[in-house]
Design a protein around this ligand. Structure first.
Ligand code: TRP
Length: 333
């Protein structure tokens, strides 16, 4: 008989635009696999976090629905995994308020992302941007998550969530599971195709550097053919060959080949053969997902049913934790 409790994984995704190939290969693809590797997964779209930057309301709504459809198309299995939209589960903002009161001004001021974003959006350094980590801590702690798979840029936020959990538990006794960051095994850090020293990003000004997961095959081919490489022509993984290393990394995670195997495959061939081969691999990887995505988006009723049914599933878990935290701090029930 199965009596071992599964470890719980929680992750959320910002939906301020269409996912990039970097989001897909670096995070989404690996996270979704975890549902078949013996974990209980809870995933959500962090639409409340998206409000911390000026945005277009109609676009946020559209991107949120599309991101939901895309993750379903990728194979999130709603029989096993809870997958919801953050704003549809009010416990997140409720717990976030409490956690705000157990987080210091000083520690929030030291967050790298806050410093970066306030430099970038100097005209809109709002309080939400500042307390963003408290909402994220609520996201994690509400589900008593054991692990949070995140990239390097979010690791500091998981650490502050741990600090907040430990502090709260220290004052009131065991309330929250202290989460650990998890770096998935086959993660890839995908860089811009135009500037291989910076991460591929939805907000890249040069859209040739960024592959969107919904790009047409011809667009993908064109962008890879134009990818920045170097003045050599040898497909070789080496320091300084950042453009080629990035393409090899992409090709490697998709095909499962090692860097050595890729070097062998393209021995005696130049970038003129290699770039279209990488593009082809990406196109074939995305093709079935894009097809499924189009079906889901076309079936509005189905899509709506999925996220509407998942909100109460998430609420049921979240409410238990919220009630406990409220009780501990002395709110009347
Ligand atoms: N801040 C994360 C990002 O920008 C998104 C996020 C919100 C998140 N809440 C979370 C990630 C909870 C992990 C766990 O990518």
């Amino acid at each position: 008989m199965e009596t071992i409790e599964k470890k719980r994984i929680l992750s959320m995704y910002q939906c301020t635009g269409t996912f990039t190939l970097g989001n897909y290969l670096g995070a989404l693809r690996n996270h979704i696999k975890l549902q078949d590797e013996g974990y209980q997964c809870v995933y959500a779209l962090a639409d409340l976090h998206a409000l911390t930057i000026r945005h277009d309301p109609a676009e946020l709504r559209k991107y949120t629905k599309e991101a939901y459809a895309f993750l379903l198309a990728m194979g999130i299995d709603l029989e096993k995994t809870v997958f919801f939209i953050q704003s549809q589960v009010p416990q997140h903002t409720q717990l976030a308020w409490v956690l705000n009161c157990y987080t210091q001004f000083g520690e929030l001021s030291r967050m790298t992302q806050f410093k970066d974003k306030s430099a970038k959006h100097a005209d809109n350094i709002n309080a939400g941007l500042f307390t963003y980590p408290c909402l994220m801590a609520a996201d994690i702690l509400l589900y008593q998550a054991d692990y949070v798979p995140v990239g390097a840029d979010q690791k500091q936020h998981v650490e502050i969530a741990r600090d907040i959990a430990e502090r709260f538990n220290g004052i009131y006794g065991d309330t929250f599971t202290v989460p650990e960051p998890m770096i998935p095994k086959h993660g890839a850090r995908v860089m811009s195709l135009q500037n291989p020293l910076s991460k591929m990003s939805k907000s890249d000004e040069n859209q040739n550097g960024n592959i969107s997961v919904l790009d047409e095959p011809e667009t993908i081919m064109r962008k890879f053919k134009r990818a920045k490489t170097d003045s050599e022509s040898e497909v070789r993984f080496a320091p300084g060959k950042d453009g080629v290393n990035n393409l090899m990394g992409i090709y490697g995670v998709i095909t499962g080949k090692t860097m050595e195997e890729i070097e062998k495959e393209f021995q005696g061939k130049g970038y003129g053969d290699f770039k279209p081969a990488v593009a082809e691999a990406v196109i074939e990887e995305l093709r079935p997902i894009q097809a499924r995505f189009r079906e889901i988006v076309a079936d509005k009723a189905y899509l709506e049913k999925c996220y509407r049914e998942n909100a109460p599933r998430a609420q049921a878990i979240a409410q238990k934790t919220l009630a406990k935290a409220y009780r501990k701090v002395g709110l009347v029930s």
